[in-house]
Design a binder for this molecule. Structure first.
Ligand code: SF4
Length: 68
């Protein structure tokens, strides 16, 4: 796991999500999960329709690190 806010968008391969299942607003690290928000790992303003290499779905968050 990267450090909190440890990644630039370039380092995380932040990009437009190729499909809805991997969008930032379906990722456990986006907060708040609105059209525009922040991310636990990637610095800067995060758009809901983007994704990156650290994507992890909200629903498998149980038992893992990160906010509920
Ligand atoms: S997909 Fe990447 S940039 Fe988007 S919220 Fe998840 S970890 Fe952050």
């Amino acid at each position: 796991m990267p450090a909190i806010w440890g990644l630039s968008k370039t380092a995380a391969s932040y990009r437009q999500a190729p499909r809805p299942e991997v969008r930032c607003d379906a990722c456990r690290f986006m907060f708040p999960r609105l059209a525009v928000g922040g991310c636990r790992y990637v610095r800067g303003v995060i758009g809901a329709s983007y994704t990156c290499d650290q994507f992890a779905p909200v629903r498998s968050a149980r038992g893992s690190a990160g906010p509920p």
